[in-house]
Design a protein around this ligand. Sequence first.
Ligand SMILES: [Zn+2]
Length: 97
Amino acid sequence: MKEKKVPMRMCVGCREMKPKGSLIRVVRSPEGQVSLDPVGKKPGRGAYVCRDVACLNRAIRQKQLERQLQAALSPETAEALRNTLTALQAEEAGPHE
Ligand SMILES: [Zn+2]
């Protein structure tokens, strides 16, 4: 049996190690803009959270996201992150096949 090495990352919300693919990257751009990076290719400092708004909320509330990204998170940015993740989850749960 061949076992494929899956890169693991820690969710800053629940602090569990998970396969990178089941997490979503939050990135702080060189300009200081914090946004979600579903593809994981944006330049900048990144942090990972589960694809779960509850984890994102926890990461925001506990300031883990700010600490990881070394960026201040305004309420507007936090709200935008939540909205993007919610939309992403809805999209993934949608009738694709
Ligand atoms: Zn999590």
